[in-house]
Design a protein around this ligand. Structure first.
Ligand SMILES: [Zn+2]
Length: 330
């Protein structure tokens, strides 16, 4: 049976620019997707609750604790069962910065990620307050007097304040490669895969044929990665394609009930990789030249929104991978 029922929307006002409207969608039996709007860092962000016989598992916990509190308020309209498990798909700040809200509300909650993800969190998160503050200063310097710019700065100012005040709560159970969890009749398979972050967790519910994939996909704009490998990402997408799945919940965007978008992204990645390899074998050297020579425009009509920045990122990833991480020599 397929579910995709829009249950309700709720909104809490935190200023015009920080949108804490939560849209709740039922994706499968007991699987609820809480989607939030612009939070200063990202948009169309999903946090997912799986309601089991006696407890709840939360997959990803937002960029800002205020959003997480709004999600928790919505969850309370669905069930009063305790949150026993949290799974953080990867280390990017929009997927685990609300851990502290659940840790305070449910002392002893088990927070799970891959071992690599926890290491990345511990290594990178301490830099974020200053990194975000620096970005805010650049935004303020470059801003015009437009309403859009003013709202963006207001949102980002709030994000910087929240990030500085955060008490980071890290995963307390880690795994490598794969791990199974059981809660009553519910069975979960946690699989380490590559998305826009290395060693991301994909959570598979085999009985429900439903998979929660973090940012292995993001809709409608697929973005690039900072450090992960394009080929490892492509391999993970093929692995997903081979799985018995009816419902896909990505880290961003609506619930998907087919593999159409998954296959489009595979086509985009493989086309970029093939062209980059051919250009390098043909003697091209500089990244800027490769960026200009790769032609991905024929794929554009297949995507609702294919951002130029993403296609550039994707070519850069293929270029660096083909040269074992070595950039152009200037
Ligand atoms: Zn994300």
């Amino acid at each position: 049976m397929r579910f995709c029922t829009l249950l309700f929307c709720a909104s809490i006002a935190f200023g015009v620019a920080f949108d804490t409207t939560i849209t709740v969608t039922r994706a499968a039996e007991g699987v609820y997707v809480f989607s939030s709007g612009r939070d200063g860092h990202v948009r169309n962000l999903n946090s997912i609750a799986v309601v089991n016989e006696a407890d709840v598992l939360i997959f990803d916990t937002n960029t800002r604790p205020a959003t997480t509190r709004a999600v928790l308020a919505e969850l309370r309209k669905i069930t009063d069962k305790p949150v026993r498990w949290i799974v953080n798909s990867h280390w990017h700040p929009d997927h685990w910065s609300g851990n502290e809200v659940y840790a305070a509300e449910f002392p002893g909650v088990t927070i799970i990620s891959t071992e690599e993800t926890r290491d990345y969190m511990r290594n990178i998160a301490p830099a974020w307050p200053e990194m975000f503050a620096g970005r805010l200063r650049r935004m303020q310097q470059e801003a015009t007097d437009s309403v859009e710019d003013r709202e963006a700065i207001e949102r980002y100012t709030g994000l910087v304040a929240d990030t500085s005040a955060l008490k980071r709560v890290y995963p307390n159970v880690v795994y490598r490669d794969r791990m199974n969890l059981h809660s009553g009749a519910r069975r979960f398979e946690l699989l380490s895969m590559c998305g826009d972050a290395t060693a991301s967790t994909v959570l598979y519910l085999p009985k429900e044929k439903t998979v929660l994939i973090g940012d292995l996909l993001a809709y409608p704009t697929q973005w690039g990665a900072q450090g992960s490998s394009l080929s490892a990402w492509i391999d993970s997408l093929h692995r997903l394609d081979a799985m018995d799945i009816e419902t896909i919940v990505a880290g961003h965007g609506p619930v998907m009930h087919d593999k159409k978008y998954l296959r489009l992204v595979i086509e985009l990645f493989e086309t970029a990789r093939k062209q980059v390899r051919e250009l390098l074998l043909g003697g091209m050297v500089e990244l800027a030249d490769v960026q200009k020579a790769v032609k991905l425009g024929h794929l554009r009509p297949k995507f609702e929104e294919m951002a130029a920045t993403f296609t550039t990122d994707c070519v850069r990833m293929a270029y660096l991978e083909a040269r074992d991480g070595m950039n152009s020599v200037k």
